[in-house]
Design a protein. Structure first.
Lengths: 188, 188
DNA sequence: CCTAATAATCCAATATATTGGATTGTATAT
DNA sequence: ATATACAATCCAATATATTGGATTATTAGG
């Protein structure tokens, strides 16, 4: 078990690694971000726990985002998980007239979930709001679908992709013909 | 440091909203997180830019992650983007014997990218390391594939899903028969 | 109206994050 | 070895994040 250093330790290593990988000096990074070299040095040595403001500046300068910088992605084996087809769970009609195949490993629930959804002629999938900041990506594989999220709506055909906030009521509906879609839920 | 205003403001609203949505008082949140009520109050009013350490405690207590708290998902229209099938770009053979259809909107590049990959009989997709923390999800739609990431490797059949770190050299290879796969890249 | 009780903000004391300049370290070239 | 140039760390001064306790709302009973 690679143990949980405190958050500052992890951040330190991540920052140093990404800065070096871009071939930047502390000075250069300082000019890019507006954070002093001294501060950068301290942060990279785990002697200071930066403010969100300064961290924000750094993420902008180094072109990384908070998730990547702070998530606890272990350094263990690079392959995190394999889920076999035989164990792929299937949910029948959570709305009406649709079947859902869960393609993502269970330990990713809430982070990044991948579903294949099969709609019957007039099937629909109606969902309550998810967590604040939750976003759904959907690509239509076959047929045609209409999406409603909050007050917005859109009509999609085969091959179309839509991205919408899912922290409000949203629904996906097949119009007149069976349809198949791929749904990716981020931060549910 | 012009952007501090924004980030603190956003954070403030997000925090208050999620705390309220859980029906917690400042006192309760304080006990859960170990951060003083005063601090919480200041943060929620945008008068203080918390330290990563304290922010970390808060995310643990409120069960949200940094991405959700700080990402700039504006409250504008809920539907962020629609990409039509006719505009779906296709890349031919980045490795050898594979075609890639980009299913995600371009403004999401680097955040969440979705690809459909078509392999010929012995086609392969070989990729250089992506950003630190980058993770790829892949589901095999048809055929069989072998994946190598860093020092690990795995064999996958139709319907199987794998998740692996992509901040090191990685490759996907069809063995003996044409294959189709869905690839999701997180934080490239 | 008065209390009691809980929630949020204000305030002074303290800890720590952040800065600019000085110092040390590490190369490369003369 | 000396000099030059740049990169990283150390150090004192300052700004600001964080805390505990006092103060003000706000609500609910009597």
């Amino acid at each position: 078990m690679v143990e949980n250093f405190n958050i500052s330790e992890r951040l330190a290593k991540r920052l140093k690694k990404t800065r070096k990988s871009k071939g930047l000096s502390l000075e250069a990074t300082s000019k890019l971000s507006g954070v002093s070299r001294s501060m950068l040095s301290q942060i990279e040595r785990g002697e200071s726990s930066p403010t969100v403001a300064t961290l924000w500046s750094l993420t902008r300068a180094l072109q990384v985002d908070f998730a990547g910088l702070l998530d606890e992605s272990d350094t263990g084996s690079t392959i995190k998980e394999v889920m076999r087809a035989s164990r792929t769970p299937t949910i029948n009609s959570q709305g009406e007239g649709c079947r859902i195949r869960i393609l993502s490993p269970p330990d990713q629930a809430g982070q990044l979930e991948v579903y294949e959804i099969l709609f019957t002629k007039n099937g629909a999938l109606i969902s309550a709001p998810h967590r604040q900041g939750c976003v759904e990506h959907m690509t239509v594989l076959e047929g045609a679908l209409s999406v409603v999220a909050g007050d917005d709506g859109a009509e999609l055909g085969a091959g179309d992709t839509i991205r919408y906030a899912a922290d409000c009521r949203h629904s996906i509906r097949a119009n007149g013909q069976p349809a198949k879609a791929l749904l990716i839920v981020h931060n549910s």
